[in-house]
Design a protein around this ligand. Sequence first.
Ligand SMILES: NC(=O)c1ccc[n+]([C@@H]2O[C@H](COP(=O)([O-])OP(=O)(O)OC[C@H]3O[C@@H](n4cnc5c(N)ncnc54)[C@H](O)[C@@H]3O)[C@@H](O)[C@H]2O)c1
Length: 282
Amino acid sequence: MVNQHVDPTADWFWGNMTSSESLGRLEGKVAIITGGGGAMGGAQARLFAAEGAAVCVADNRLEPAKAVAKEIVDAGGRAIVIELDVRESAAWRDVVSQTERELGPVTVLCNNAGANFRVGFEEQTDEQFELIMDVGLNGAFFGIKAVVPSMRKAGSGVILNMGSLAAIRPGGGSPAYAAQKMAMVGLTRSAANSFAKDNIRCVIISPGHVDTPFIRGNTEHSPNSWETSIDNPENFNRRLSNTPLGRLQQPEDIANAFMFAATDDAAMITGSMITVDGGAGM
Ligand SMILES: NC(=O)c1ccc[n+]([C@@H]2O[C@H](COP(=O)([O-])OP(=O)(O)OC[C@H]3O[C@@H](n4cnc5c(N)ncnc54)[C@H](O)[C@@H]3O)[C@@H](O)[C@H]2O)c1
């Protein structure tokens, strides 16, 4: 059932949801953003750069990552782009050294890269299970290990992990996605505990239903058919009616929370989950 108080034709529904004017809230920060060529990673990269951060846009799909970095540079910001498959531990070390060389010690890491195959327990293949875990979980672990020495050099750091409603109450769908996102809670707390002494915080941010190619498109890392895509009004309306605040989230809604968590306004927040889900996780 469609949420009755929603009017998708209203101006605010699809309107410009980028945050207000730049206040230089991330001035002096250096951020590596994985999945930076994607919808949410791209929104973070643009917002972080607009707020004064120098960003490394990292993705295994080079073209969309380049496009994000170009937009930033054209707007007067600082960005580099690096092709990175987050599953490659050794490649992570190169990404950190190149970022340090070109932008300075890393102070923020956003682990966005993710994959999903929307099939049930008995249908999910071993390869699909491994890929989802490798990209989302192992990739984040490798990233954290790679950036911590650089954050120590900088004297502080913030690691931001991408969660999901599946990190709160995984449903009966993709078992690997449920396991991967729940495991991110443990990884976040482990990192928060381990590196608090180094003035490094770690936070998990869990969006609800965000209108991105991840749930609308048919990408290699997140295939959708008519059965699963939000192009299908049945799927769109199911996700909408599951969202008390009455609209799906946009990538910018989530980027705003990532930015807050990266600033000193969040100086005492570590090991916790911030939900940005329109109430869907309640
Ligand atoms: N869209 C949603 O409703 C939703 C909700 C909650 C959480 N998430 C999570 O948000 C994250 C970002 O998704 P999005 O919605 O922006 O979708 P997206 O498909 O636009 O972005 C995902 C990005 O990850 C990159 N990626 C995939 N495998 C990679 C690898 N091996 N190495 C490096 N990069 C890789 C892709 O190239 C892509 O740019 C994912 O972790 C996803 O699980 C999405």
